[in-house]
Write a protein that binds this ligand. Structure first.
Ligand code: CA
Length: 143
């Protein structure tokens, strides 16, 4: 058995829930609202599946859903949505330093964003800041 880690393991939401929250927040920020039909379109999932998931997330206290009025995120839903959005942008900015293909970055980040822990994310964030401040170092790293 490996030694017990001192890092507290925070219970994580599922990948699907995080992707829904990320998309709902994005829709609310760009359109002012998020409807089942918009989420279905943007995630390429049937409206019936989206309705099921949204009802489950309502039961879990992540959002308030009303059939004809769409949905609003609760405080905890919004906090989780902002955290996943932050993970996505920190990882994206890091890989952009290396001039990697945008589509590749997107695909990799979409996977990594669900699994990265806060300490690792913070390490990447500060590494990004340092590399930005030191173009010569960045150039060496990129070689
Ligand atoms: Ca995502």
């Amino acid at each position: 058995m490996p030694a017990k880690s001192k890092t507290k393991v925070i219970p994580r939401s599922s990948v699907a829930v995080e992707d829904y929250l990320e998309r709902i927040l994005e829709l609310i920020n760009t359109k002012g609202y998020a409807r089942v039909v918009d989420i279905a379109q943007s995630l390429k999932i049937s409206q019936a599946s989206v309705t099921n998931m949204v009802q489950r997330m309502d039961a879990d206290g992540l959002l308030k859903y009303e059939r004809y009025r769409g949905m609003v995120l609760t405080a905890s839903g919004e906090a989780l949505a902002k955290s996943i959005t932050r993970r996505h942008s920190i990882l994206t900015e890091f890989f952009r330093l290396f001039g990697l293909d945008e589509e590749l970055i997107y695909l990799d980040v979409e996977g990594m964003e669900h699994h990265i822990s806060p300490p690792t994310l913070n390490a990447i964030e500060s590494l990004t800041a340092q590399l930005r401040k030191q173009p010569a170092l960045l150039a060496r790293v990129k070689q």
